[in-house]
Design a protein around this ligand. Structure first.
Ligand code: RB5
Length: 143
């Protein structure tokens, strides 16, 4: 599975920690920036991630801003993107089981590193249920 990661300055520190963590697990992460803690605009990075996923360059995106809210709002404007703001272990499980999310969103200023790791691992260890949930997912992009 190809995983990409991106953040604004509010998520930069968490992004760098996650990169180190995935490196120790020998799981490659494609880093789409930002590359410094300097102030940037979260829509630029959320849009970059949405295009990256829609272009098939990664199977899953991890997107971080200060709260995860701006990044979620922006990414979910794109048809075919299902960006889930994972605020608990249960939401991480359901984001895969029912929503088959393709971008996981976190808040660098609102969530601990340990909680984020736990939510990512929970998501990766869960399967999409399909069936009625496939129909519901398809409805998201209708009209
Ligand atoms: C940047 O200060 C902050 O607004 C941004 O990271 C994010 O939290 C927006 O939703």
């Amino acid at each position: 599975m190809n995983i990409a990661i991106a953040s604004d300055h509010g998520g930069f520190e968490l992004k760098e920690k996650l990169k180190q963590y995935f490196q120790t697990k020998s799981i490659p992460l494609q880093d789409l920036g930002t590359n410094t803690p300097d102030s940037v605009d979260y829509p630029d990075f959320a849009k970059k991630m949405a295009h990256y996923i829609l272009d098939g360059k990664a199977d899953l995106g991890i997107l971080i801003c200060g709260t995860g809210i701006g990044a979620s709002i922006t990414a979910n404007r794109f048809k075919g993107i299902r960006a889930a703001l994972l605020y608990s272990t249960y939401s991480a499980q359901m984001a895969k089981k029912h929503n088959n999310a393709n971008i996981l969103v976190f808040g660098g200023r609102t969530m601990s590193f340990e909680d984020v790791i736990n939510r990512i691992e929970t998501f990766l260890n869960t399967s999409f249920e399909g069936g009625r949930h496939t129909n519901r997912i398809n409805k998201i992009d209708e009209d």
